[in-house]
Each structure stands twice: as structure tokens, then as C-alpha cells.
Design a protein around this ligand. Sequence first.
Ligand SMILES: C[S@@+](CC[C@H](N)C(=O)[O-])C[C@H]1O[C@@H](n2cnc3c(N)ncnc32)[C@H](O)[C@@H]1O
Length: 306
Amino acid sequence: MSRPSGHIPVFHSTVLDLLKIQPGNHVLDVTLGLGGHASSFLEANAPDGTLIGLDADTKNLDLAKDRLQIFQERFIGIHANFRELPSCLPDPIDQFDIIFADLGLSSPHIDDASRGFTFRASSSLDMRFDQATGKKASDLLMEESEEELKSIFQNYGEVKNARRLASHIVRERKTASLETSDSFNGLIENIFGYKTPSVLPQIYQALRIAVNDEQGSLAHLLSVLPSLMKPGARAGIISYHSLEDRLVKQAFRMLTTPTKDETTGQVSVPASFSLLTRRPILCDPSEATHNPRARSAVLRGLLRLS
Ligand SMILES: C[S@@+](CC[C@H](N)C(=O)[O-])C[C@H]1O[C@@H](n2cnc3c(N)ncnc32)[C@H](O)[C@@H]1O
């Protein structure tokens, strides 16, 4: 299978082993990215299986469409955020055999400094997956209240001294613009000094999660997931930080826990789902060496029983 250079889908063969895609399967990939996983799914569900792929980012979607055009009408690419499910689907009451999500950002987001995701280059602080809508990271820095900024850095980045950072931003923005990574990194350096290199990733991660409302979108996806799965369907979700994984773990646990009678303790309603992964799948050292982004990846799978 051909891959765009530099792009290795995370957990590539592990995902295929977990999802066990069959010829004819109807697949929904809610984070198409560059179409790496989707391309393998379309090979596995040949000759007549179909795949609908969503991406909030039009640039990635266009790259994926180019790559997947060889599958002709078996592939449909849609520009949508998965928080718009199911209304963004061609048929909103459609159900799938396979549903897959590979959350967060992709390598082009980091490689293209102009997108504002990386603290390693001079850029304007955008960080939106969908550049047609929503507030940029710089808008949050310039407009959000001190309390809101503090909770973004604390909750989404576990940044120590989040309050100090937030109050510094609010003071600084009265006289200076925080539109660029250079100006923001300078402010961070003033507060964190020699600790700056270790907090920069946490601070940028926190802003990115807030800009794209990643937690809200994931909560929505998890709430509609059961109704999008046919009986016998399999779902796999790859997350990259503990906040995401916690949401996935809790949602899967609720779906796979039977209802018990309060007095007898007997199962009154059996669960309609079971776990495909009793324990989360973590990346093995060889994959981490080849693909640094895989280091923090966690894969969980779900099966719809009835
Ligand atoms: C990790 S990449 C997916 C890579 C893909 N599995 C591959 O093999 O190329 C995540 C993709 O999901 C997109 N994305 C992130 N959050 C999204 C959301 N809420 N709705 C739709 N797309 C989203 C990003 O724009 C990015 O292209």
C-alpha cells in the first residue's frame, strides 16, 4: 500500500487486527486525516465495501480525497466535524459495520508552521482544524477571562502555575498583542524561565484542545456512537492524552455494564456491547521509535452484540 512520505498511520496493523474488516463492510472513519487508515480499510472491505470519511480540516480532506480517488464511488469524503454526526452523513439514519477515530492533530498540522500548532516556529497562533470557523488561539488569549484561561491551562494541560500564567496574559494583552508564537513564547519564558521547554508542549496542547473544543466533540461522538453501530459492529478509538482516554474508557464502561436488579443483584438487562480491549492497547517500543507521535497513543475497541 502506498503512503504519503513521512506519514505512518498509528497502530496500523493493530487497528486492522482489532476491527477485522470484512469484504462488503460499511465503514465510517470520523478522522480521515491523510487517509492512511482509510486506505487500508478500503482494501480490506473490497470489492464492494464502502467508506465514509470525515475531516474538519479541508486541506487534509483534499489530500485524502486525492489519495483515495482510486477507490472511486466506494469512498465518500465529507468536510465535517464529528460533532455534527449524524446530520452530516448523506443518510443520517445510516448505521455502520466499522467506526474508527484517530483523534487529535495530524503531522501536516505540525509540519506546516503557518497553522500555528507548533511552538518551535514563528507563526500566527491559529490552531483551528477548521480554518473556516471558530476562534483562533490568539483570539482566546486576547479575549477570554482570566478565570477561563486559568482553567484551560490547568484542565487541558495540567500546567502548574496556570493562574499566574493567566493573570500575566490578561495584564500583558492590555498593551501588547499576543497574536504570534514569538510574542506568546516570550511571555511564557518570562514566567517559567528555565522550565519553559518542559511547559511549552503542555501550554500549546491546552490551547489546541480549547480552540477545537476537543473534549466536547469527543463527548458528542461517544454519545452518538452506539446508535451508529449495526448489531455486530466494531469500533476503535485512538486517543493521545489521558483526558481523551478517560472519556473513551468511561463511555465504553457504561455501554458494557449490564443493568442489575437493585434488590436481587441479578442482571435485569444484559449489556448490548462488549469490550474488544479488556486493557487499553499501548504502542510497542518499535512503533514508538519509527513514529514518535505513537508514544502516547492508546487504542480501545468496542463490539455491539445485539
Ligand atoms: C490523527 S489524524 C488522523 C490520521 C488518519 N488516521 C490517517 O491515517 O491519515 C486526525 C485528523 O482528524 C481531524 N479531526 C480532529 N478532530 C476532528 C473532529 N472533531 N471532527 C473531524 N475531524 C477531526 C484532524 O483534522 C486530522 O486530520
